[in-house]
Design a protein around this ligand. Sequence first.
Ligand code: SF4
Ligand code: SF4
Length: 399
Amino acid sequence: MDKVSLFKCDNYDESTVESAVKQAIDALGGMECFVKPGQTVVLKANMVMKCEPEKCATTHPSVVAAVGKLALSAGASQVMLADSAGGPFNEAYMGAIYKTSGFTEIAEKYGFTLNHNFDSFAVDMPNARVGKHFLICDCLQSADVIINISKLKTHSFTGYTNAVKNMFGAIPGLSKVEMHGQFRTLDVFGDFIYDILDYFGKKLTLNVTDAVMCMEGEGPTNGTPRKVGAVLASVNPASVDAVALKLMNIDPITMPFISKGVERGYLDKDLKLEVVGDSVENFVVPDYEYITPNNFKPFANLPQWLQGPVNKMMTQRPTINKKKCKGCKKCFEHCPVKAISMVETRGSDVKKAEIDYDKCIRCFCCQELCPFGVVKVKSGIVYKLMHRSGQKRIKNKSK
Ligand code: SF4
Ligand code: SF4
C-alpha cells in the first residue's frame, strides 16, 4: 500500500515550510531515499505563468527551496529548477516567470540552477497507450532524478491539477498545444499523462505538494486563493493526488485522472492508501469551490445544423468578455484547433478574440492562458439543469 505523508504548514514562512517539508519527506524515509550523492536533480515545479506567488497559480518558491535544500544536503551535485509553462519554451518567456514567481531569488540564495536549456528530446514509445511519439524537455531527460513539486488547484478542463497533471509540463512549450489537439477528450488526455509518467518511471523519485495556499474556482490561473494549510508527499503522483483531493472535499474517484490512475495500475481500485503524519480530517475545507471536469464529447451523430446549438446547451464552454479583451492574441496563438479568431470590434482600435464553438474542443487552454482573466467558463442551460446536484459545478457552501 502506498504511503502518503501529510503535515500541517500554516504559512510560507521559511522555517514553517522547511519543518513541514522535512517532516513530510522524513516520513517516507528521508531525502537520502530519493537522491543519491553526486546525482543531478531537477525540481519540476508548477510555473504555469508569470505571476507573483501570492496569486497561487505557481508552486510557492519557499516549498521549492525547502525541497532543494534537502536534496543538496543529501549530496546532489546540482539542483535545477525547471518547468515548461503554457507559452513558448524559451529564455525570454521562462526568464520572466523565474523572476516574477520568485524562482530566481531562491536560486541565487541557495545555490540552485535555473534551467536555460530549451531544447527538446524526442520520445518513442511504440507500446504506449496513446503517446507513442512526443517531445519532452531535454533538461528532464538529462537529469538523474526528478522531484515533482506541484500546486493543488482547480482546473477547468481536468477538474483539479496536482502531481499527475503537473507532469504535462514536461512537454515543451507549444508542443503542448499540439498534444491537446491530438488527445482531445479527457479520457485520452488522461492516458497521455500516464504515458508521460510511465516514460519517466523510477526517475521521478518523489512528489511533493504545496497545499498551503491553494486555488479554488476557475483554476488553474484565474481562480481565488484558498487556504488548506498542508504539505504532502509520496513516491506515487496518483496517490498524493488521491489524498490531496480529500482536502478539497472532493471524492477522489469522481476525478478522471484518479479513475484513470486505477485503470493504469497506479492506484488500487479501492484507493487504499496509508496516510502518515497528520490526519486528513484536520484539513478538509468543506466549502471548497471546484469545477466539474469537462468530459466534452461533441454530439457528432446529429445533423450538422443541430450540433452547434446542442453542444452550446449541453456543455460547459469558454466565453470571452469582448469589452475586457485586450487583443493580446495569447489565446489565438495557443488554441490547438484554431477555433479562435481576432476580429474587428466596433469602438475598439484592437482586434478582439472570438471563439467558433463548432471547432472548440473545450480544452480551456484559452482560459488558462489569458493573462487578463477575461475568459470565463459558462455552462449551457441543459448542462446546468442536468448538474443541479451532485456533479454540478459546485459551490459547496455549507455555511
Ligand atoms: S477556444 Fe479555448 S477551449 Fe476551445 S479549443 Fe480553443 S483553446 Fe480550447
Ligand atoms: S488572451 Fe485574453 S486578452 Fe488576450 S486576446 Fe485572448 S481573451 Fe483577449
